[in-house]
Write a protein that binds this ligand. Structure first.
Ligand SMILES: Cc1ncc(COP(=O)(O)O)c(C=O)c1O
Length: 630
């Protein structure tokens, strides 16, 4: 007998939020949320801490609140007393700290004791979505104050407070994320903190300080917390272990005077936040927090560099951003015609998840062409590939960027990208005897590396622009080139090498890294004057050679193969990840370093798959599809 399913619909409260869609997994390239870098999680330390603390005091779990009372595990609060004093200048005692289930619960508790429908609060115009949504649900009016690169603009704050006063409205609080703001990444300067406190005092409005990113500052320099600078107990301070250790632990905290903390405690009716995570955190953090944080921020900084580099490469001048002072987000402005709410779905369909700007701003028009990108959780490769896909989708939907990969090297700091000098520059510093003649090589200093990378990139840009100018589809391009070539070392006057670009230079050993997407790689071709050696760094390549590529071999990491000059060869990444081959070539003449011809069968393949126009386009920019000469 099949029972009719019970219908809850008529019983549900009016005004509930929309039902949540079922979780279907994370996007392939996930730039959303406040997730952290899984590789930087101090897992061994947490395991050891869990073991030690449970062995020592695990039986305390039999008691609600672990014999520490409703404010949370006392050793964790004591760790916070020391940490907040050291890092943020806050003088507090353990009894002024309430441990919460993430700082989201802290937001709820502060709102719970202060806000009711119709109230007004002041917030930063660009602001954490979780805070904006809470205010909307409570029916509270947020007054958004614009930011600049020093955080909330105090002139605008003064005007807003003045305006509210004139209208007889006393804001319930000034909510600010002053130390690495979400999403803009700014830090409120010390003078502005003083002015904010002064204005707050004059208008009788407390400050609600959300400091959850304060540990993640590149130079580890931060002004004292507003809570520390206040003379009058008018700042409620909240923080979190989500960004410094792990968000899934769900541990945050509130620092406030007992007068208001005791009221929050009265509405925190969950009989205490999860005890195990509090115990593990206290055990881990006391000895290790101070060492862990610089390591974490170093890794995050590198990812930010990769993201900015990828945006520069893929979007050029179409993506504008200020370098954040720390944290895990980049706030990006695209041209005005881009609507990031409308970009969201097609990007997601292509595997890229972004946070559209309007969800992170109370000024929807200002947020329209902006987006927030979290760079902490995707890998470096995912960042590069995800941004390339995003540029393609954005180009398709909004014509932006006008050119894919129109490399613009404005004055933003650029890095030489690969750090490969370490591996090769030094070792080849001495004159070498290769192929019967002595050649001189130089060790590449970082500056030279930078210059050479720029030349390679210029060459690649030249080539890409050529491809674009002739409307050659990306798939056809990937049949004749690696996706990207990074230089490692080359003779001093070397100009770069690539089919389709005019290159000349001296003879010498040239080492580069060719990068290929999964399922891609240049088709059958021959280098007329060079022996080419391939060493597999990552991925898995099928190497074919022979007239029709009839001989095949698989190259796995650390495998190497040498292909004689003039022989047809083809390499093709058969793994699911980006593959990299170290390519070492020794040109035997210096007429033109490395003339390449492609097999007529490859030309045929391109014509079949992409049409005659694609083939002719390639031929018109110097790609030859012919039998070998000589
Ligand atoms: C400004 C801000 N406050 C609070 C939170 C909530 O963090 P959690 O509840 O994980 O501590 C976040 C999360 O991203 C945030 O960005």
């Amino acid at each position: 007998m099949s029972a009719t399913p019970f219908d809850y619909t008529p019983l549900l409260l009016a005004g509930l939020p929309q039902p949540v869609a079922k979780w279907t997994g994370l996007a392939k390239y996930n730039f959303t949320g406040g997730n952290n870098d899984a590789d930087e999680l101090p897992l061994d330390g947490l395991i050891a801490a869990a073991n030690a603390v449970l062995t020592r005091e695990g039986r305390a779990l039999a008691t609600y609140g672990l014999n520490s009372g409703p404010q949370g595990y006392r050793p964790l609060r004591e760790f916070l007393v020391t940490k907040l004093k050291r890092d943020a200048g806050i003088n507090c005692i353990a009894d002024e700290i309430l441990i919460t289930s993430g700082s989201l619960q802290a937001l709820d508790l502060v709102n719970g004791v202060l806000l009711t429908r119709g109230d007004t609060v002041i917030i930063e115009q660009e602001c954490y979505q979780g805070s904006i949504n809470r205010l909307t649900r409570l029916g509270v009016n947020p007054v958004g104050i614009p930011l600049d690169n020093e955080g909330m603009r105090i002139d605008a704050l003064a005007n807003a407070l003045h305006d509210l006063k004139r209208r007889g409205i006393r804001a319930k609080y000034i909510y600010t994320i002053p130390t690495v703001q979400n999403p803009t990444g700014t830090i409120l300067s010390e003078p502005r903190r003083k002015e904010m406190l002064k204005l707050a005092g004059e208008h009788g409005v407390p400050i609600f300080e959300d400091d959850c990113y304060a540990d993640l500052i590149w130079d580890h320099k931060r002004p004292a917390a507003l809570h520390a600078m206040s003379q009058s107990n008018n700042v409620i301070h909240i923080g979190s272990f989500s960004k410094s250790i792990a968000p899934a632990l769900r541990v945050g905290y509130i620092v406030a005077g007992w007068d208001v903390l005791s009221r929050m405690l009265a509405i925190k009716t969950d009989a205490g936040s999860g005890a195990l995570e509090q115990m593990v955190l206290a055990e881990f953090c006391a000895p290790h927090f101070a060492d862990h944080v610089p390591e974490l921020t170093r890794g995050l900084r590198k990812k930010l560099d990769t993201l900015m580099e990828a945006l520069n490469e893929q979007f050029g001048t179409a993506a504008e951003f200020e370098e954040p002072k720390g944290g895990i987000f980049l706030w990006v402005k695209l041209p005005d015609n881009v609507d990031t709410m409308a970009l969201y779905q097609p990007a997601l369909k292509a595997g890229v998840a972004i946070n559209p700007g309007p969800e992170w701003s109370v000024n929807k028009a200002h947020g329209k062409s902006r987006m927030r990108l979290c760079f902490a959780s995707p890998s470096h490769d995912e960042i590069r590939r995800g941004i390339a896909v995003l540029a393609e989708i954005c180009h398709r939907e909004f014509g932006v960027p006008a050119r894919i990969s129109n490399v613009k090297r404005g004055d933003r700091p650029r890095r030489s990208g690969t750090g490969l000098t370490v591996a090769f520059g030094g070792e080849c510093a001495e004159p070498q005897r290769i192929g019967g003649s002595t050649m001189t090589y130089q060790s590449l200093t970082p500056g030279q590396m930078e210059a050479r990378t720029a030349r390679f990139n210029k060459l690649q840009t030249y080539q890409r622009q050529n491809f674009e100018a002739h409307d050659i589809p990306q798939g056809a391009v990937e049949k004749v080139t690696a996706r990207k070539v990074y230089p490692v070392m080359a003779p001093a006057d070397y100009q770069g090498r690539s089919a389709g670009a005019p290159v000349k230079g001296p003879r010498g050993l040239i080492v580069s890294i060719a990068e290929c997407e999964p399922g891609n790689g240049p088709g059958l071709h021959r280098h007329l004057n060079t022996v080419e050696n391939f060493f597999c760094l990552c991925g898995r390549f099928e190497i074919s050679w022979g007239d029709q590529g009839e001989h095949k071999s698989i190259l796995e990491p650390n495998d190497m193969i040498s292909v004689p000059r003039g022989e047809n060869r083809k390499f093709f990444n058969i793994s699911n990840e980006v593959g990299r081959l170290l390519v070492m070539i020794v040109p035997e003449t210096d007429q033109q370093i490395d003339p390449i011809t492609y097999a007529p069968s490859l030309g045929q393949e391109i014509e079949n798959e992409y049409g005659k126009k694609a083939l002719e386009g390639l031929q018109s920019i110097g790609f030859k599809f012919e039998e070998p000469v000589g």
